[in-house]
Design a protein around this ligand. Structure first.
Ligand code: CUA
Length: 163
């Protein structure tokens, strides 16, 4: 069989590109700390108001310096939509959605999760520096999507005066 030299060249190029793209996929999947959240804890999205811990959304101090932030996402808000913790604290977020798929991304902190009705998304963040971080819904969830955001306020522990 005779294959034209140009055809052979472009066939080789196409195969080389496939190898490069597949390699890039493998590198990004295993080489850049991309991880899936823990196996999902399941929850009935229609029963959140009577399902702990989602019956009492908010921030709780579990042990000194260690907090749990329980948040419910719904169109188009986070409940609560403001979290306050002192600098130096470690916060485990436990979040779920009441209705459709939402997302949550935090500014300046590597935190980016999907919020899926029926599943509990859990992720832990250590806040070393005082400051404010926006929480942004990055998953298109309806007509009010662009207005869906919250805030984490990391307070200067020293400035709180003896708390
Ligand atoms: Cu919630 Cu977009």
């Amino acid at each position: 069989m005779k294959v034209d030299i140009y055809e052979r060249f472009f066939a080789g190029l196409a195969i080389a590109l496939l190898v490069v793209f597949f390699g890039a996929m493998v590198v990004s999947a295993f080489g850049s700390s991309v991880v899936l959240t823990n196996p999902a804890e399941l929850v009935d999205p229609t029963q959140l108001d009577s399902t702990p811990p989602f019956d009492q959304p908010g921030v709780r101090e579990m042990t000194p310096g260690v907090y749990e932030a329980v948040i419910i996402a719904s169109t188009f808000q986070y409940t609560p939509n403001e979290i306050r913790v002192p600098a130096g604290s470690t916060v485990t977020f436990r979040i779920t959605s009441r209705d459709v798929v939402h997302g949550m991304q935090m500014t300046e902190i590597p935190f980016n999760v999907m919020l899926i009705p029926g599943q509990v998304t859990q992720a832990t963040v250590k806040f070393d520096e005082p400051g404010e971080h926006l929480l942004i819904c990055h998953e298109y969830c309806g007509t009010g999507h662009q207005a869906m955001y919250g805030k984490v306020i990391v307070e200067d522990a020293a400035a709180q005066g003896g708390q």
